[in-house]
Design a protein around this ligand. Structure first.
Ligand SMILES: Cc1ncc(COP(=O)(O)O)c(C=O)c1O
Length: 404
């Protein structure tokens, strides 16, 4: 049949399913075709597998989500399913929104990524969810809180925590939570499933900012929800996700998929480099506290050695004893660390929390959390170890001892 120019532009393309791509293709399609009315109905009603609309799900996105569920459960004997979200923040929001209702209490770790604390205070609390923040290393206090407040329905934690790398005993918290029939949510962004698998310890749900180590290359923003409550995922969580529209997009999912291929290689190198840097920092006279769970001197070291058996990750923070003037000098002289407000990229990054992530937190409160004026957070990259050590050494040595 003869047809016009525009019609030819618009209609007909080779069926992609017959092209056997070696790497995952990007399905940049907002919707998916039905063969006929019955086919459409059976996909819409989930009687038959298939895709409808990319806000609901998409083959590229689901392939990567399934991969993350596979990594979080590998060797654990646990079954779980996963969704990708538009960011780590939306992953946290969707899980909490799906778990809690007005009048419930969320027991949250005191030291968390600043954005998470802000989300709890500014999004969950105004919706009638009471937020109780505690130091989760005090297990007796956690148990007491659960005895006192029957409204506690979930416990939220992050280990190692951002930015002071505090370690929480995941197994101990999960055991207490189970006794009180309370669900646990762990942010596994810093360690990734290569270094730590919270499902081994009875945790219910895991969230990720895949923007960080899982992607690893600083070129996508996305998040993941992984849960052993698979039916709840397909009903409650999926409904929230598609209605709020917080789904990931295929391009970011595809970038994440590429990053995942080298996750183990990267995490091994991040961990060995960070351990070497932490040891150097600990021995330098200009440095006060060094926060890295791989150091024997770290208070979380024994627990971390058990729950992070392959290594302690690439994140560390440390205090320069001469505070802000020393911070300025160090940042001016360091060459192999880029000042950028993210983490988990292949190259080394540095950030001054007091003037960035914690800028809006009252000075007294941030100092109580260990975020002093002299604190610097580094995301140690996969550069050659000696280059990193030489660079950090020279930047520390240039701090003028008369600064105060
Ligand atoms: C530990 C942790 N969780 C969650 C988030 C939020 O992730 P995103 O920026 O992808 O929304 C961040 C961001 O820095 C983080 O560090």
């Amino acid at each position: 049949m003869s047809q016009g120019f525009s019609t030819t532009c618009l209609h007909g393309f080779k069926d992609f399913t017959t092209n056997k791509a070696h790497v995952l293709p990007i399905f940049a399609s907002s919707s998916f075709m039905f063969d006929d009315l019955d086919h459409g109905i059976s996909i819409f009603t989930k009687k038959e597998p298939g895709h409808v609309y990319s806000r609901y799900n998409n083959p590229t996105i689901q392939t990567v989500a399934d991969k993350i569920a596979q990594l979080e459960t590998l060797g654990t004997g646990v079954e779980a399913s996963a969704f990708l979200t538009s960011s780590g923040m939306s992953a946290i929001y969707i899980v909490m929104q799906s778990l809690l209702k007005p009048g419930d209490t969320l027991l949250a770790q005191k030291k968390l990524y600043g954005g998470t604390t802000e989300l709890f205070q500014k999004s969950l609390a105004p919706n009638g969810i009471h937020i109780l923040s505690m130091d989760l290393s005090n297990l007796e206090a956690v148990e007491q809180a659960l005895k006192n407040d029957k409204g506690i329905k979930a416990i939220y934690l992050e280990t190692p925590s951002n930015p002071t790398l505090d370690i929480v005993d995941i197994g101990a918290i999960a055991r207490i939570a189970q006794t009180f029939n309370v669900q646990t949510v762990v942010d596994n962004t810093f360690p990734t499933p290569y270094l730590q698998q919270p499902f081994l310890y009875g945790v219910d749900h895991i969230i990720h900012s895949t923007t960080k180590y899982l992607n690893g290359h600083g070129n996508s923003i996305a998040g993941a929800i992984v849960s052993r409550h698979t039916e709840w995922m397909q009903t409650t969580v999926w409904t929230q996700l598609k209605l709020i529209g917080a789904t990931c997009n295929p391009f970011d999912a595809w970038l994440l998929y590429n990053g995942l291929k080298t996750l183990a290689l990267r995490m091994d190198r991040h961990s060995s480099n960070a351990l070497a840097v932490a040891a150097l920092l600990e021995s330098h006279p200009e440095v006060g506290n060094v926060y890295y769970p791989g150091l024997k001197s770290n208070k979380g070291h024994d627990i971390a050695s058990v729950q992070m058996p392959r290594g302690f990750g690439g994140m560390l923070s440390f205090e320069l004893t001469r505070n802000l003037p020393a911070v300025k000098s160090f940042l001016k002289n360091i060459r192999l660390a880029t000042q950028a407000p993210t983490l988990g990229d292949v190259d080394t990054l540095i950030m001054h929390p007091a003037t960035s992530s914690h800028l809006n937190i009252a000075e007294e409160d941030r100092i109580k959390e260990g975020v002093t004026d002299g604190l610097l957070r580094m995301s140690i990259g996969v550069e050659d170890t000696n280059d990193l050590l030489k660079d950090i050494q020279q930047a520390l040595d240039k701090i003028n001892p008369s600064l105060s």
